[in-house]
Design a protein around this ligand. Structure first.
Ligand SMILES: NC(=O)c1ccc[n+]([C@@H]2O[C@H](COP(=O)([O-])OP(=O)(O)OC[C@H]3O[C@@H](n4cnc5c(N)ncnc54)[C@H](OP(=O)(O)O)[C@@H]3O)[C@@H](O)[C@H]2O)c1
Length: 238
């Protein structure tokens, strides 16, 4: 896809890789609707990226919220080409220490939120005469279970299953579906999960964003449906 003048939606655009994705998409000439809860953060991103970044305050865990926004934002020939389901979070800990509320928040954000938005955007992509692309951001935690991240594992495994089904369901509608499985990236994610701090050997958001752009720019009849990214040396420097 040539991203020039294409219309994209990035969830979780207020920080981390969502901001990096938005920056690279804008550099390629796309318009970005950036969704997140913290509107001040989104406004700051707009100050940096310019008017083609459109901040949208949205809590993706609220099932009805996206409906009115989608109806308002996309009309006539103004239809989305790219959806990046990126917003996500984690609560780490032994299974007996994860509260029911934390479990539901992870499920609602990382799984249900992806469904709430995708189910509204797919019919618009089907109407779009151009090719479209949905990229879901899972994690290596969507491929491998590990101690103290069972809830997060469950959500990201779910993202993988959802994505694989959609890739097969939507391919004949000219809609690509890809899943990214990144390892550790230096963002606020770990601090938000109370899981320590970032370190310089983690991947950099802009490098992860370069891979996302590569997936989007592949020729129309070439789909990279899954990609795993890892730091070569993941250890914290001594
Ligand atoms: N960092 C890593 O090592 C790593 C590795 C693999 C995969 N991932 C995945 O990458 C994605 C982005 O994470 P990140 O590393 O960039 O972390 P981050 O900096 O903490 O960003 C998370 C983003 O998700 C948004 N978000 C969270 N809950 C939301 C909700 N209910 N409604 C709308 N937006 C919400 C946040 O915005 P607001 O708080 O403003 O709503 C923020 O923009 C996540 O899906 C994460 O699981 C991260």
């Amino acid at each position: 896809m040539d991203l020039e003048k294409k219309i994209s939606i990035v969830t979780g655009a207020s920080s981390g890789i969502g901001t990096a994705f938005s920056r690279k998409l804008i550099e390629k000439g796309a318009t970005v609707y950036g969704l997140a809860r913290r509107i001040q953060k989104l406004e700051k991103v707009r100050e940096q990226l310019g008017e083609r970044f459109i901040p949208v305050q949205m809590d993706i865990t609220e099932p009805l919220k996206p409906e009115s926004w989608v109806q308002e934002a996309f009309k006539g020939e103004h239809l989305p080409h790219v959806l990046i389901n990126n917003a996500g979070m984690a609560h780490f800990g032994n299974v007996e220490d994860v509260t029911v509320e934390q479990w539901h928040t992870m499920m609602n954000t990382n799984v249900n939120g992806v469904f709430y938005l995708t189910r509204l955007i797919v019919p618009l992509m089907k109407k779009n005469p151009d090719h479209s692309h949905i990229i879901n951001i899972a994690s290596v935690a969507g491929l491998l279970g590990n101690p103290q991240i069972s809830g997060y594992n469950a959500t990201k495994f779910a993202v993988r299953g959802f994505s694989e089904a959609l890739f097969k369901e939507l391919r004949y509608d000219n809609i690509k579906v890809s899943t990214m499985f990144p390892g550790s990236i230096a963002t606020d994610f770990f601090e938000n999960a109370d899981a320590g701090n970032t370190h310089p050997n983690m991947m950099h958001p802009s490098d992860v964003a370069d891979t996302l752009i590569h997936l989007l720019e592949t020729p129309d009849n070439l789909l990279i449906n899954e990609v795993t990214l890892r730091p070569l040396n993941p250890k914290k420097p001594e």
